[in-house]
Design a protein around this ligand. Structure first.
Ligand code: WTA
Length: 664
């Protein structure tokens, strides 16, 4: 029995429940909770049989698999191992000879507003041509290719072309610095880099090619023999003879046909670097078969995709969301999708709304940070409010990347979705390959701020430090109990780190997500409470605190020590706050401001602008225990502006706290 006070509490917290309309349920692929529960029961009764059925129905296999799951080398799980397929053939060739071949695959809208469309047939021809270009450069099955590309059709072409020839791509987000790019090219041992001369964002031309030049000039990238440059703007860039060529010239010389290279289901489709709790980014390695299955299936389940839909995921291809829900999922599902090069606030903060109206978008998937910034913009300028656009084409909304606060959820629901569109709040990670916990639009009653229930076959649970289940209502550690097809396979080149990071011994072989969560007492709905490791989530971008600390101390002429923590932020979810000890005296006033600025720019150059601390505070030391451990808990309190009421008796140097709390 639940204590009465708890019951009252939970009604207060969860009094707004939004069930799907009868019409939505009737038309949905997974219809009602009965439909959802039937799939869950199928998975529970015969886990492997469930996945095998779905893999046969949703993936085109060149050679069928005979074994579904191989657990003999856990946690290095293998799915559909003896099956053979090609990811690009599953996204493109599959549609040839069907009515989808002449359907628009991509509606591309450039930063400046120009629109380009390609059909599935046209996209296949371009992907094949570029696959032939890669082959002509000597790129072979199993080789790694780094892509440093803007959000363009060409970005997707490059990814698909790699998949077509069995090369493993590693996309590096176009906002990362030359140093971050260098690190990734080196770690992946890339044989080629595909980039663009420039990218356009918010009316500005931003360099990409010169950053590739800088990265390659840092040395140790001898494996990278060719650089292929997409000419996005007319501006000339330096081209290195014998190494650099233009994408359009190379493609013009190639055939529009290229037979797909069939690979084993476990063949690495891509490696995508993400932040972890140590300084070095992790190369998350994904498979071909299991990954593709989930990218396709979650399009059908989570987004209830219909042939007539116009799908728009606003994520960049440099992140996992842009992999699964731009480059692979929509194409494997035969959708028409919008790809947008620019930013939501250019030329005005109504860009998303006007684009939804213009392209008759039906499913819109974006991040809470974007929503929060557009709420702010609409509050101060009524001319950019979504009510100025005709958003009646929309039928489903999605949210991804960070928790969505109930207020932002309600605004999105009312002002964008017209109180008619279910919001799917999708919880997942780079490592999970696709959605894990999310409502289904034609089934799950929605509760603002909750990602609700795991998808069928996904065994998420909340446990304590020893792996014991905790009761609903108690917070704990989010785990996944059983392996699933689209899970991370390893960390590129570092299997030990993979095991240690995701399958710590005390958790009984469960996958450790790195997030805290709690389930509601009434419905058992999941709510993600945030990372439990040293990873920050700033505007939905993952940043390791250690990564930023390493960048700061790398400025070794002035910085002695640094500690980085997160602080809640209304707009970006979390903001980065750095506490810095200088080699010289503690600066004050304008000196402090100038130094803080210098360090922010330094971090921007070392990692990328997204990693710049919002605030830097200087002190003569950091709060440490007597054994020398930095007390981050206290720093988090100071960053939030909390008064120091915690016990500081174990501190070596308590007066430091006052100093850090004072400086601004
Ligand atoms: C967070 C992005 C709450 C979480 C797909 C996770 C979320 C990290 C949600 C992964 C959500 C993602 N609600 N938190 N709906 N989606 N997160 O690897 O902390 O860039 O661990 O993958 O984002 O970030 P990543």
């Amino acid at each position: 029995m639940t204590a009465p006070s708890n019951a009252i509490q939970s009604t207060l917290v969860e009094n707004r429940v939004f069930p799907p309309s009868d019409a939505t349920v009737a038309a949905a692929r997974v219809a009602g909770m009965a439909g959802y529960e039937a799939l869950c029961a199928e998975a529970e009764n015969d886990y492997e049989g469930f996945w095998a059925r779905l893999a046969r129905e949703n993936v085109v296999w060149n050679k069928p698999f005979t074994q579904t799951l191989d657990q003999s080398d856990a946690p290095f799980f293998k799915w559909f191992q003896d099956g053979e397929l090609n990811a690009s053939a599953n996204c493109l060739d599959k549609h040839i000879g069907t009515p989808t071949e002449n359907k628009t695959a991509i509606i591309f809208e450039a930063d400046g507003g120009e629109v380009t469309k390609v059909t599935y047939k046209e996209l296949l021809a371009k992907v094949s041509q570029f696959a032939n270009v890669l082959k002509s450069k000597g790129v072979q099955k199993g080789d790694r290719v780094v892509l440093y590309m803007p959000m363009t059709i060409e970005g997707v072409i490059a990814m698909q072309a790699c998949a077509r020839i069995g090369a493993t791509h590693s996309v590096v987000f176009g906002g990362f610095s030359s140093k971050a790019l260098h690190e990734r090219i080196q770690d992946a041992g890339a044989v080629a880099v595909v980039t663009a001369n420039y990218q356009m964002r918010g009316g500005k031309e931003l360099p990409l090619k010169s950053i590739v030049d800088e990265a390659l000039a840092m040395g140790g990238c001898d494996s990278a023999k060719s650089v292929i440059v997409f000419q996005r703007t007319p501006t000339a860039v330096n081209m290195v003879a014998g190494r650099d060529t233009f994408m359009h010239e190379e493609m013009a010389a190639q055939s529009t046909e290229c037979a797909p290279e069939f690979v084993g289901a476990e063949h690495p489709l891509f490696v995508l670097y993400t932040s972890g709790s140590t300084g070095k980014p992790k190369g998350v390695q994904h498979s071909t078969g299991g990954y593709l299955l989930w990218a396709k299936l979650t399009m059908d389940w989570t987004f209830d995709l219909k042939d007539s839909d116009v799908f728009w995921c606003t994520a960049d291809i440099g992140w996992i969301t842009g992999h699964s829900y731009v480059a692979y999922g929509p194409l494997a599902a035969g959708a028409t999708q919008i790809i947008f090069e620019g930013v939501p606030t250019f030329p005005k903060a109504d860009r998303f709304w006007t684009m939804i109206e213009k392209h008759k978008c039906t499913i819109f998937y974006t991040a809470p940070t974007a929503i929060r910034s557009l709420i702010k913009a609409a509050d101060s300028d009524a001319s950019v409010h979504p009510d100025r656009s005709d958003l009646s084409s929309l039928r489903i909304l999605g949210s991804v990347g960070e928790p969505i606060n109930p207020e932002a959820w309600m605004w999105y629901y009312k002002n964008v979705g017209g109180e008619r569109c279910p919001i799917v709040d999708t919880f997942w990670q780079t490592e999970t390959g696709g959605h894990m916990i999310t409502p289904l639009p034609g089934a799950t009653p929605l509760v603002p701020g909750s990602c609700t229930l795991p998808l069928p076959g996904i065994t998420t649970a909340i446990v304590d430090e020893t792996g014991q289940d905790v009761p609903n209502g108690s917070g704990g550690i989010l785990v996944v109990k059983k392996p699933w097809p689209s899970m991370i396979r390893t960390i590129w080149g570092d299997p030990e780190r993979f095991k240690k990071s995701y399958f710590p011994e005390e958790l009984k072989g469960y996958y450790l997500a790195g997030d805290g969560a709690v389930r509601s007492e009434d419905r058992g709905y999941f709510r993600i409470t945030g990372r439990i490791d040293d990873v920050l989530n700033v505007s939905g971008h993952r940043m390791g605190t250690m990564e930023i600390e390493s960048a700061l101390v790398a400025k070794s002429d002035i910085v002695a020590e640094a500690a980085v923590v997160g602080r809640p932020d209304d707009l970006t979810g979390e903001a980065i706050v750095a506490f810095v000890v200088l080699k010289g005296p503690v600066p004050t006033g304008d000196d402090a401001k100038a130094l803080a600025n210098e360090l922010r720019n330094w971090v921007g150059k070392e990692i990328g602008p997204i990693a710049k601390p919002k605030e830097i505070r200087f002190g003569e030391n950091l709060p440490k225990t007597r054994s020398g451990k930095i007390m981050r808990r206290l720093l988090r309190g100071i960053a939030k502006g909390e008064t120091l009421t915690q016990d500081t008796s174990t501190l070596e140097n308590p007066h430091i706290l006052e100093q850090l709390a004072r400086t601004n």
